[in-house]
Design a protein around this ligand. Structure first.
Ligand SMILES: Cc1ncc(COP(=O)(O)O)c(C=O)c1O
Length: 395
């Protein structure tokens, strides 16, 4: 399995929840697309290599990983942009209701997108209401137009029950938009079966498609006829090359497209997805949970567990593929880990996140990572001056 990835020598990578490792197939595909398709076949490639349909063919492949039948997923833009489009469309579909209900500690861009729409549409048409994650289920009421929820919380690693939330939303006549950033490629998801209305996700984390690779959006087929997205662009037109003045949306999921997609980035997603051929996402998630338990047990065996406050729940059904720990020196500990060859990450104000990706992470590497963390904690290496100061803009 690990030979499918380009692994830097000696590095233990616990950050696949932020940026996945490079699959060898992506490097090969990009070289081919650059040299042959772009370099040689040039503009013919839009037809010859079906570039024009790549957002949809790649979308369908992502669909297979999230339980969506063909024709409901498109690969384009970022989570932020796709959320804007879906939020606006969903609010229109629930005219008369104004509330977008979300969680206080949802990923900021999700909340910013609602705030931006609120500014644009005015408070009479859009209002953001935030509740603690544990209260989301009971906070849905007849004013709720849309429930906007991230399945696995980026800070705590806690997983909500999307099937249950979707049912509760529908009982109140509300729609649900699920952010699958920390779910797609990490665990089994069944968007069709759970009756989810809309979903978004990225391909740069567990799907390993590279930094800034395009995201995806899912619109359940039953909404395709009512669904109108505001960023009407020529690529979402029913006949882009008719160059007519009037915008007529393409039927189905293609209408979510706005401008010209990055073919290189889409080719990277396409190649990255081949890693999942024949794999069971449920099994992959179980393996990730085993690795996470190994890590956490290791902290106990080294008598360092008590120094951290664990945020991630213990129950497997409430977890994604990461563990999060609060510690007042989390930033410095993370820097010391990186200096020791173990890549984890830090989230403000004081959380250490460690991600477990069995596609390219082994049990022995996890044990080694714990040994290094134990040394850092027991010898208080993190107090060294070099680890104290925040240098890079990205943590
Ligand atoms: C839950 C969640 N949503 C959204 C994003 C980022 O969205 P975008 O793809 O627009 O940068 C992240 C990034 O880590 C995330 O964790």
């Amino acid at each position: 399995m690990t030979t499918q990835f380009v692994k830097p020598n000696g590095l233990i990578y616990l950050d696949g929840n932020s940026l996945g490792m490079l699959p060898a197939a992506v490097a090969q595909r990009l070289a081919m697309v650059v040299q042959q398709q772009w370099g040689h076949d040039l503009i013919n490639s839009w037809n010859q290599h079906d570039w024009i349909n790549l957002p949809l063919t790649v979308g369908d492949k992502i669909g297979q990983l999230i339980g969506a039948a063909a024709g409901q997923v498109v690969c384009c833009d970022s989570i932020s942009l796709n959320l804007f489009k879906l939020l606006a469309a969903a609010l229109q579909m629930r005219a008369g209701r104004t509330v977008v209900l979300s969680t206080e500690d949802n990923f900021p861009t999700d909340l910013y997108m609602v705030q931006g729409l609120q500014q644009l549409l005015g408070n009479d048409n859009c209002q953001l209401k935030l509740v603690p994650e544990q209260q989301l289920l009971t906070a849905i009421d007849q004013q709720t137009a849309v429930v906007l929820v991230t399945e696995v919380n980026f800070r705590s690693g806690r997983r909500v029950n999307l099937a249950e939330l979707t049912q509760a939303a529908h009982e109140q006549g509300a729609l649900i938009i699920a952010d699958l950033a920390h779910s797609a490629g990490a665990m089994q998801i069944e968007v069709d079966q759970w009756q989810i209305d809309f979903a978004v996700g990225c391909s740069y984390k567990y799907l390993n498609a590279g930094p800034g690779a395009p995201g995806f959006a899912y619109v359940a087929e039953r909404h395709h006829n009512q669904f109108v997205q505001p960023l009407a662009g020529w690529m979402g037109h029913a006949n882009a090359f008719s160059f007519t003045r009037e915008y007529i949306p393409a039927p189905g999921i293609r209408a979510l497209l706005t401008g010209t997609p990055s073919i290189l980035a889409l080719a990277a997603v396409d190649a990255a997805l081949s890693v999942f051929d024949g794999l069971s996402l449920q099994q992959l998630h179980e393996q990730a949970l085993d690795l996470a338990d190994l890590f956490d047990d290791g902290l106990k065996q080294h008598n360092i567990a008590a120094e951290f406050q664990r945020l991630t729940p213990a129950e497997r059904q409430h977890r994604g593929c990461q563990l999060s720990y609060a510690h007042e020196h989390a930033y410095a500990i993370c820097q010391a880990l990186i200096a020791a060859g173990v890549v984890a990450d830090f989230r403000a104000p004081h959380y250490l996140r460690v991600g477990f990706t069995p596609l390219y992470l082994s049990a022995s590497e996890v044990a080694e990572a714990v040994n290094k963390l134990a040394e850092i904690m027991q010898q208080k290496i993190y107090l060294n001056e070099q680890f104290q100061h925040r240098r890079g803009a990205v943590t």
